[in-house]
Design a protein around this ligand. Structure first.
Ligand SMILES: *Cc1c(COP(=O)(O)O)cnc(C)c1O
Length: 375
């Protein structure tokens, strides 16, 4: 039948499978862990590679598992969310980059994180269609972005006096080492610094914890938690633990297919540079996937991949469009058979360790070549 033929030829090679049920489960799990806090779903960088509009849509329409707000890093990401019909509050984690963006930000009712005096001045001098909600970014010890603790009172007073700003004003900070075990004491110091800023002011809403803070530091939950990677079921820690160890489910399964299976003699090199050689005669699988799809080029030989559900090692260098794996001498795999790079049965955290990378980077470096399927 022509329709079946079309379906076969069009069926995608490299696919990102997104399990919306897992996403809802993870929201529920976060509610359990931080029952007194509201939840800001961090969907920057295309929702950590999961597809921002679809993820936000899943988390805003469902009768269960709804986020109270969303956060992104760039105004363009927030505008795209509004275009796709998201009506919840959206927080710009670095505020605006140019004062010319302010009228549109106000018009779209985006909330801004204010980290610098130049932004405050721009806000005071702006003519806006409506007032904007502001989160003051406190530099509690990360020393990347934000106002030092001794400046917070003054910034707060200026924001309270600014007609372009919705009242009350909120307070936000970010941990630099909440993912480290054992903790060096930095997180405790940051927590103390955060608690001491605008103390006694009960109108101010507070937000401090991202994924690692949510899992390890319950005293950092405050009014709003800001989960990113754990929302996608992936652990923020760079040890052997995975999201499942904390009761979360991986949302993404990344896969492709074998396009060739080859008899390979002992001692022959494989791929660019010929760096890997087989010790014995074997069968090699060639997978339609490479760094052009987002797999790390530096993944060493031995990095695991699932072929027909069985773990096999990558051999030779990852190329732009292809990856070779050693299927083993007696293997029966055939062209067209399914391959999984990470997902339920092979956590992305494991690939992060094998490639000396991080799950954050692996997820966000997926390229436009991939096709997304939402379950
Ligand atoms: C990215 C980001 C988050 C989410 O971080 P995760 O570690 O992925 O949970 C939270 N807050 C800020 C300010 C961020 O930039």
């Amino acid at each position: 039948m022509p329709m079946n033929e079309a379906a076969t030829t069009d069926s995608p090679l490299a696919t990102v499978l997104i399990n919306r049920q897992a996403l809802r489960h993870n929201i529920q799990r976060l509610r359990e862990l931080a029952p007194a806090s509201r939840l800001i779903a961090v969907v920057k960088a295309n929702a950590y590679g999961h597809g921002m509009p679809e993820v936000a849509n899943t988390l805003s329409n469902a009768s269960t598992g709804t986020a109270d707000a969303f956060a992104v890093a760039r105004p363009q990401e927030a505008f795209a969310l509004r275009e796709s019909g998201i009506s919840q509050p959206i927080i710009l984690l670095e505020g605006f980059f140019d004062s010319a963006q302010l009228p549109r930000i106000a018009h779209k009712q985006l909330q801004i994180v204010l980290h610098s005096l130049w932004q405050l001045t721009a806000l005071e001098q702006a003519h806006l269609p409506q007032a904007v909600r502001v989160w003051i970014k406190l530099d509690s010890g990360m020393h990347r972005l934000g106002f030092p603790p001794q400046q917070i009172e003054e910034i707060y007073a200026r924001l309270c006096a600014c007609p372009q700003v919705c009242q009350p004003v909120n307070l936000l900070s970010h941990f630099s080492c909440a993912d480290e075990t054992p903790d060096s004491g930095t997180t405790y110091q940051q927590l103390t610094c955060f608690n001491q800023s605008l103390t006694g002011n009960t109108t101010v809403q507070r937000s401090l914890a991202a994924s690692a803070g949510i899992l390890r530091w319950p005293q950092a939950h405050f009014d709003w938690i800001r989960p990113g990677i754990i929302l996608y079921g992936v652990s923020p820690f760079d040890d052997t633990r995975t999201g499942a160890d904390f009761g979360f489910q991986p949302v993404m399964t990344l896969g492709s297919r074998l396009i060739a299976v080859r008899a390979h003699p002992a001692g022959a090199p494989v791929g660019y540079g010929g760096q890997w050689r087989s010790h014995q005669a074997t069968r090699l699988g060639v997978i339609a996937f490479g760094y052009g799809d987002g797999y790390p080029q530096y993944a060493p030989s031995g990095t695991p991949v699932l072929v027909n559900g069985r773990q096999v090692p990558i051999v030779g260098r990852v190329s732009m469009d292809m990856i070779c794996v050693d299927l083993g001498a007696g293997s029966q795999d055939r062209p067209g058979d399914p391959v999984i790079f990470w997902g339920d049965s092979l956590p992305v955290e494991r690939i992060a360790r094998a490639t000396n990378s991080s799950a954050y980077e692996l997820l966000t470096r997926l390229t436009v070549r991939l096709q997304y399927q939402y379950l």
